[in-house]
Unconditional design. Sequence first.
Length: 399
Amino acid sequence: MREKREKKEWKPETTLLHTGDKPDLPVSYPDIIPIYQTAAFVLEDLASIAAAHASPAGGYFYSRAGNPNTDSLAAAIAAAEGGEAGAVCASGMAAILTGALAMVGAGDHIVAADDLYGGTYGLLKNDLAKLGIESSFVDLNDAAAVRAAVRPNTKLFITEVLTNPFVKVFDIGAIAATAHAAGAKLLVDNTFTTPYHIRTLDYGADIVIHSATKYIGGHNDVTAGAVVAAPELVKEVRRLISSFGCTLGPFDAWLVLRGIKTMSLRVLRQAANAQRVAEALAAHPKVGKVYYPGLPDNPQHALAVRLLRNGFGSMLSFTLPDDQAAVNRFMRALRLVKFVTTLGGVKTTLSHPATTSHVGLEDELKQKLGIHAGLIRLSVGIEDADDLIDDLDGALAVV
């Protein structure tokens, strides 16, 4: 406690600075956490800073190292995933970076899915390679290919549940078993599926990450990332977040926490809409192929049924002619669906992998994966499904 002293009358300049920033809340507290929009926290004495450093969450003294808003969000995401602890950061890529570096270092090797988000692929192939961390990219559903890729120095496997942009399903339980048998850990990007479709820790994942920009935030108004894992691993992730300066701001954390409160309602509606949209596109004569695991003729439908709860997610891709002019006509004819380089929001949006998320991939790899000018990725929102189908049908008429 502060020593009691007789209060001295402050001058106006001092009064304006020091009045109103310590609310008196004797018998109640806010229903919604307030925004702790502060760079630093006042400490009583040296014992206070020691206690802050000793706190499991890192204590509060400087918001780069910890803030009540970021910790509240981390706790909520960890609870949704069924995890012990969590950390949040400035973006999904920051979550991938800090999550991976908490488990690997120079001289280590990573086995990664060959159908990853382009940003993750570039991080592994280019940036981590500069740090002496090598990566091999294989089909993680191909047991023989995975066994061939594993090395004595393999320390980490990285995958998504549903891949970007082909919505391929990976058998997380089988991949976790393979990773652990090789003495490695498994990092899973659960952005597309969210904890309402699968909790990957239940299937043996060691660490799960999210681009909380997407379904967790849900409104396309904030960028954020999240990491969920065991406490000791999260402690190292938090240290890296602070060290790299990829901290999430208090207001951004508050926005994402507000978004997560309606995530279950949103993703269930989005998955139901996506099922109907995928079925309509699959039946349309202008559409070449639809990639969506909820379709019965999808080669991974049975695996998706076994792994996923509450539907099959709201991401799907489909093909138009490999003709940029035709794609432009389609995009310009849409009225509801907008071309946006993100996903997971309440509004239905589309993206063009060849020129956005996977633009940095080598041409040979794009060709191998099937990424061409006619590939469209759709993130289905919460609109009325009939309106979405009508909008897509009208735009397809001009292709």
